[in-house]
Design a binder for this molecule. Structure first.
Ligand SMILES: *Cc1c(COP(=O)(O)O)cnc(C)c1O
Length: 410
């Protein structure tokens, strides 16, 4: 059985991710020559990526590099040092931190606990702190739970993409530092979107992000990760039951050996010249624009977008800058999934939430221009009216007019 050549349409990718990959990145992906993973320019590209990535993360951590794959690949490397029986506190306020917490339960479960429920182990040493959907993990919760449980590790998502909430990174880092807890952060949705430098958060010893959101480099490339010396020391002593996602071993190919940058990487696994070239260009683009500039654009455009949705009668419950999470107006309440399907069937790629309650998620990854934002607002409004929504177009236009104001004035 052989099928027709696969054709995938161009959609308006206005979801939580993946974001639109810049044409410059795709061009680099397609234009790279065939070279093996030890060819000098491929290795040089990886070394340059590593240096650029330190700037993008805002860190002097030597163990900063990319893990081949998606966000979960980086997160898997991030939790590789967690051992069965380790005490962990994990804050959960949505789909993604929920999966992170599951990964941590799988890592920290004893042999018996894992055997009793292999896909969803009840690890006694892991304390899950559930924060209701639509709320952020705040300072009070972080301080009291870490103080109560005194774990070895604490985990939190920086931006929880499931509910569109930004969690209190300052309080998380400070509390981890105060109690000598090793902080782990899922920064999948915040790197390249928010304005932060990880060296300002010394309580966090390991960070993981992804290629397809704020870094805008989907053509399956690298999940950025960064580990402090403290994490690497723990890993050196205790080890990890993983070859490929062991950060000390992974770092070798990026020319990081024994805590130092060396001239030439050594084999860990086969890296693709195409992926390296694309990732390199995505990092160049990020640095060219600047983290702060980009963050200010996200903040401005999110304000306009959520303002327009509110003017249509929607109830916005998120506070992320790359994503708006909302409920439909009262007369359409409960029809969120139908609305999303209606839009998606027309190549307007918005998303529902992946866990209860069903809400609508509209994202603007790499859609940072007036035209794209106006188009999202227009298409959303048309779809809303098609389902029976009613709103005053003039109120929406007033919000769209804010696009012409300079970023600094916002
Ligand atoms: C998207 C996302 C993930 C998963 O990333 P993949 O690239 O799909 O593996 C994990 N955590 C958060 C917070 C996310 O937004």
């Amino acid at each position: 059985m052989m099928y027709e050549k696969l054709a995938i349409p161009n959609t308006l990718a206005a979801g939580p991710g993946p974001g639109n990959t810049d044409p410059r990145v795709l061009e680099q992906f397609a234009k790279a020559g065939i070279a093996d993973h030890m060819q000098p320019d491929v290795l040089r590209g990886m070394k340059e990526c590593k240096v650029m990535l330190r700037e993008v993360w805002g860190t002097t951590n030597v163990y900063t590099f990319g893990v081949a794959g998606t966000g979960w690949s980086g997160l898997d490397a991030m939790i590789s040092a967690v051992k069965p029986g380790d005490k962990v506190v994990a804050f959960v306020n949505g789909t993604f931190s929920g999966i992170d917490a599951l990964s941590l339960r799988m890592k920290a479960a004893t042999e018996e606990e894992l055997g009793a429920n292999p896909l969803d182990p009840d690890a006694k040493s892991v304390k899950i702190i559930n924060v209701p959907h639509g709320q952020s993990v705040n300072k009070e919760t972080i301080e009291s739970c870490i103080n109560d449980h005194q774990p070895k590790w604490a985990f939190m998502a920086h931006y929880e993409t499931g509910s569109g909430r930004v969690n209190d990174l300052r309080a998380f880092s400070d509390t981890c530092e105060k109690y000598g807890v090793l902080g782990l952060v899922d920064a999948v949705s915040s790197l390249g979107v928010g304005d932060f430098r990880i060296d300002d958060y010394p309580g966090v010893v390991a960070w993981a992000s992804c290629p397809q959101k704020g870094i805008c480099c989907l053509p399956l490339t690298y999940a950025p990760v960064s580990f402090s010396d403290k994490y690497i020391d723990v890993l050196k002593t205790g080890g990890a039951r993983s070859f490929v996602h062991n950060p000390i071993l992974e770092a070798r190919h990026w020319a990081i050996i024994d805590g130092s940058d060396v001239d030439k990487g050594s084999y860990h696994r086969t890296h693709s010249a195409y992926a390296v070239a694309a990732f390199h260009e995505a990092l160049r683009l990020t640095l060219q624009e600047g983290i702060s500039n980009r963050a200010a654009k996200y903040a401005k455009f999110e304000k306009v977008l959520s303002g327009a949705f509110r003017a249509m009668g929607c109830d916005v419950t998120s506070n992320m800058t790359s994503l708006v999470v909302l409920n439909l107006p009262k007369n359409l309440s409960g029809r969120e999934m139908e609305f999303v399907q209606h839009c998606r069937s027309d190549n307007f790629g918005i998303w529902p939430t992946l866990s209860e309650p069903v809400q609508i998620r509209v994202g603007i990854l790499n859609l940072l221009n007036d035209k794209a934002i106006s188009e999202i607002i227009e298409r959303f409004g048309i779809a809303l009216k098609e389902l029976g929504g009613q709103f005053d177009d003039n109120l929406v236009s007033l919000e769209i007019d804010r696009l012409s104001r300079p970023i600094a004035a916002e």
